[in-house]
Design a binder for this molecule. Structure first.
Ligand code: BCO
Length: 563
């Protein structure tokens, strides 16, 4: 397989699939994919060898910067050395074993990539989480995943320490910081003294590798468990058509490392191609910082949520000297935004579509005709169809759910199941398909046109937010008698979280602007702030069914002027 990876560079390999058109494309099945795959040994260590043989230039594999002028540049050889050290720390110092769970709650710091690779080398299953998570979010994640270790940074330490006594499975806390802290292992100093000698496990493609927490309408987030197949997908010939990266490219994925977009776009895709991964620490998002980096660094490719491009478009933007290709996903991109980006930068914005469960599923490939407003076609090995509630494939231009065929063969790269939740796993199976819960139509040429969610999940600036998570947070505030949280349109974020709140009697006379701020601040304090309601409306009562269920759909329709 190392040989076949070599064949991918610099020219794309001969395709084993005859058609990439999505509709009617031959599907991959288990026979087409290798039984064993490990991203660290098959991809990273391959590039180490290429560097040794002089077949890869001096460009760094990882190029990290921050706003303070610090910079880290690592070759693949250095990444291998350092990630092997982390692998040894995890198995020896922390006594973790293959199959154990590790929560990885780090911002965009180079150690994120070392820990991810250290886990892949050892078979430890890592669970990325955004540093926006608060104590309660972390408690839930540590408890349900039974994580034995957590890796984090200074800003999250107190959130974790406040709940650690309630997490009996958690044995090790690793800190990435410039200083050491009592009760925490100092990862940076451990790396300095660890051995770089490590033998990577021989993982089966179907062995578990990574878990993402994903929100639904009801209940708490579920654990979507992925195998090494998620990384293998970037390696397969058909997927190489997605970004067509070359060794000489410099690729920037703006997404927070807590999301699947960062794992695929900020790890598997660029390093499979052997190109430079550019990372900006970006502790707080600022479009001006993005523009400055695109002007000052030789970035050729950039991937980010549509909201990021929208926010950049609100600034004065010059032509970017090296930027050639942009990709966007996580929410809908409007036709006007596509056109505006093209006009102002001369660059096309290629849409991708996916979920935490699926990775990248659909895309506007570079050789494809672009139909602005469409998220492109299915990319192999996914057979994507528009289905009805029974799993029947619907004819072109008919609204239905986006389904991914899982029978007779579950495609490589699709999540394995929701861990410890066979009921939810069964609920998303619909005939021969995995039902994404996203609504769309497909035209006669196989282009898919996204419409929205079939449930109450809110898609705001690239986040999928479960309304009950916000309602639960609001319920903890003494002013709130009850609330209903729905999606509401927004020119910058596509959609935002809106809370309809019924106040408890003593609060009804309070200043409503002040109360709005208080409730927003409260939600930001008790759960990850990206979920806070950017709009709040106080109402005397909520619309309900005769059985007392809140009619969120009715409220949502009003927001979108559909009633
Ligand atoms: O509204 P405010 O500005 O007052 O507050 C914001 C943040 O400033 C603040 N915040 C951020 N980090 C914080 C924090 N507060 C406390 N502690 C922290 N650690 O809280 C609010 C959070 O909102 P936000 O995250 O939307 O922030 P912001 O700064 O406005 O960022 C805008 C975007 C567009 C950069 C951000 O929304 C974003 O990164 N969106 C993309 C998400 C994404 O990558 N999605 C992909 C998911 S994977 C997928 O879809 C599958 C595709 C294959």
């Amino acid at each position: 397989i190392h040989k076949s990876l070599h064949a991918f560079h610099p020219a794309p390999p001969p395709l084993r699939c005859q058609s990439l058109s999505g509709v009617g494309a031959p599907r991959w099945n288990d026979q087409d994919i290798p039984k064993e795959f490990n991203f660290a040994s098959y991809v990273v260590d391959y590039w180490v060898q290429m560097e040794k043989e002089g077949k890869r230039g001096p460009e760094p594999a990882l190029w990290w910067i921050n706003n303070q002028g610090d910079e880290v540049k690592w070759s693949f050889s250095e990444i291998k050395d350092l990630s092997c050290r982390v692998a040894n720390i995890l198995t020896q110092t922390c006594s973790l074993q293959q199959g154990d769970h590790l929560a990885l709650i780090l911002p965009r710091v180079p150690e994120w990539w070392l820990v991810a690779l250290g886990c892949i080398r050892t078979g430890i299953i890592f669970i990325p989480g955004t540093t926006q998570l608060k104590a309660k979010d972390i408690l839930y994640r540590l408890q349900v995943s039974k994580a034995k270790a957590v890796v984090t940074t200074d800003t999250v330490v107190s959130e974790i320490d406040s709940v650690v006594s309630e997490c009996p499975a958690l044995k090790t806390k690793l800190l990435v910081s410039d200083h050491s802290l009592h009760g925490w292992l100092d990862l940076r100093s451990l790396i300095r003294s660890a051995s770089p000698e490590h033998t990577c496990i021989k993982s089966k493609t179907k062995d578990p590798m990574i878990i993402f927490f994903t929100s639904g309408t009801t209940g708490l987030p579920k654990m979507a468990k992925h195998s090494h197949g998620l990384a293998l997908r970037s390696y397969l010939p058909t997927c190489r058509k997605l970004m067509r990266l070359k060794k000489s490219d410099v690729f920037w994925c703006v997404s927070d490392p807590g999301w699947i977009l960062a794992a695929v776009g900020g790890l598997f895709e660029p390093w499979t191609a052997g190109c430079t991964l550019f990372i900006h620490h970006l502790p707080q998002f600022d479009p001006k910082v993005i523009i400055k980096a695109l002007l000052e660094y030789p970035i050729t490719h950039c991937i980010a949520a549509p909201s990021v491009f929208r926010m950049i478009l609100q600034e004065k933007i010059p032509r970017f000297p090296t930027l050639k290709h942009c990709f966007t996903g996580g929410e809908s991109l409007l036709v006007e935004e596509f056109e505006k980006w093209k006009k102002q930068t001369g660059i096309l914005l290629h849409e991708i579509y996916g979920q935490s469960e699926t990775g990248v599923t659909c895309s506007v490939l570079q050789e494809m005709k672009i139909k602005p407003g469409s998220m492109g076609k299915a990319i192999s090995p996914f057979d994507v169809q528009i289905i009805d509630d029974k799993g029947n494939v619907l004819p072109p231009n008919t609204e239905g759910n986006i389904g991914i065929r899982i029978k007779p063969t579950r495609p490589v790269g699709l999540f394995m199941y929701y861990k410890d939740n066979p009921q939810k796993t069964a609920e998303v199976e619909c005939g021969e398909f995995y039902n994404t819960g996203d609504r769309a139509t497909m035209d006669a040429e196989g282009y898919i046109w996204f419409l929205g969610r079939s449930d109450d999940v809110i898609m705001s600036s690239g986040y999928r937010i479960g309304p009950s998570e916000v309602e639960n947070a609001l319920a903890e505030h003494p002013a709130v008698a009850e609330s209903a949280v729905v999606s509401s349109p927004d020119p910058t974020r596509g959609e935002v979280v809106k809370a309809f709140v019924v106040l408890n009697p003593p609060f009804r006379s309070h200043d409503q602007n002040q109360l709005t701020k208080e409730l927003q601040q409260h939600v930001r304090a008790v759960t990850a702030p990206y979920k806070y309601p950017r709009k709040v409306e106080f109402v005397p009562e909520l619309p309900k069914t005769i059985t007392g269920k809140i009619k969120r759909a009715e409220l949502r329709k009003k927001e979108f002027g559909q009633m």
